[in-house]
Design a protein around this ligand. Structure first.
Ligand code: PAF
Length: 282
């Protein structure tokens, strides 16, 4: 099987999409930063089901990394990604250069104000401005009918949905469930940073979320009680909890009592690696 063809040029990508649209074809876009894992492949597979053409974008977006974050060492594996994408029936990989995405005069930023606040938005200032801005640019360049994102990045998905609705973007945003390793660890490109010992400890995140979910399923409605149960599991095995919160699953408003669909979200450091996960509480 041949690898997926690569387009780096922004105008060439738009022309490719225009040609496909001209033939009445639906286009699915799966935006990624590469280092593809099974979670990304599930997005490509769903894109394949929903559209005639599937575009994978691979762009390690400097605008969403803080100065102390892992931009330089973020895992990169373009040849492997192109082979994996081909195996999912992807049609083209859009792999732009940072210099063509952000020219010297670039000065625009999209701030999805409320949904971006708190959680990862608090721990990673400016992160969601970078995400929203690059996703909007990708939508404008690729012009997909549908774009697919993983629910592992729950707040990111909420930010992108809000942006799509607020800016009337003509793209259907689809979120797909988190894909997990056999032991339950949420798939993430950053899992590659974990040592074998840290990999074991990382299981604490799902263990904590599952303890809270089990209580919620028995009828517990107080967020404080659910958070205590999760904290007991998580805190003893990770190095630091960045946040552990219960939020409404649609607008991410903080909840004290679970009286509407809710999600528990966690970010924690295991060794030097920051991991995130979430579980719907029913
Ligand atoms: O989830 C990611 O990989 C990135 O945040 C995204 C959506 C591709 C934007 O750079």
């Amino acid at each position: 099987m041949n690898d997926v063809p690569v387009i780096a040029d922004l105008a060439a990508m738009s022309a490719w999409s225009e040609a496909a649209r001209g033939q009445g074809e639906r286009i699915a876009l799966v935006p990624t930063m590469g280092a593809l894992h099974a979670g990304h492949l599930s997005l490509l597979a769903e894109g394949r089901r929903r559209a005639h053409r599937v575009v994978l974008s691979i762009f390690v977006n400097p605008m969403q990394f803080g100065p102390q974050e892992d931009l330089a060492k973020y895992p990169r594996d373009l040849p492997g990604d192109l082979t994996r994408a081909a195996s999912m029936g992807c049609d083209v990989a859009f792999v732009p250069e940072a210099a063509s995405m952000y020219g010297p005069s670039f000065q625009t930023a999209i701030d999805v104000r409320e949904v971006s606040r708190g959680l990862c938005g608090e721990c990673r200032p400016g992160h969601f401005v970078g995400v929203a801005t690059v996703v909007c640019k990708l939508f404008n360049i690729v012009r997909p009918h549908v774009a697919l994102f993983g629910e592992k990045d729950f707040q990111q998905l909420a930010v992108i949905r809000r942006m799509g609705a607020d800016l009337n973007l003509p793209v259907e945003i689809v979120g797909l469930p988190t894909v997990r390793e056999p032991d339950g660890l949420a798939m993430s490109s950053r899992n590659a940073y974990l040592s074998p010992a840290d990999r074991q400890r990382a299981g604490a995140l799902l263990a904590g979320l599952s303890a809270a979910k089990a209580l919620a399923e028995k009828g517990e409605r107080r967020a404080s009680v659910l958070l205590d149960a999760a904290t007991t599991e998580i805190a003893r095995r990770v190095d630091r909890i960045d946040y552990l919160e219960v939020r409404a699953s649609d607008d991410l408003k903080p909840l004290q009592i679970i009286d509407r669909p809710a999600v528990m979200l966690v970010a924690a450091f295991v060794g030097g690696t920051r991991l995130i996960d979430n579980l719907r509480l029913g």
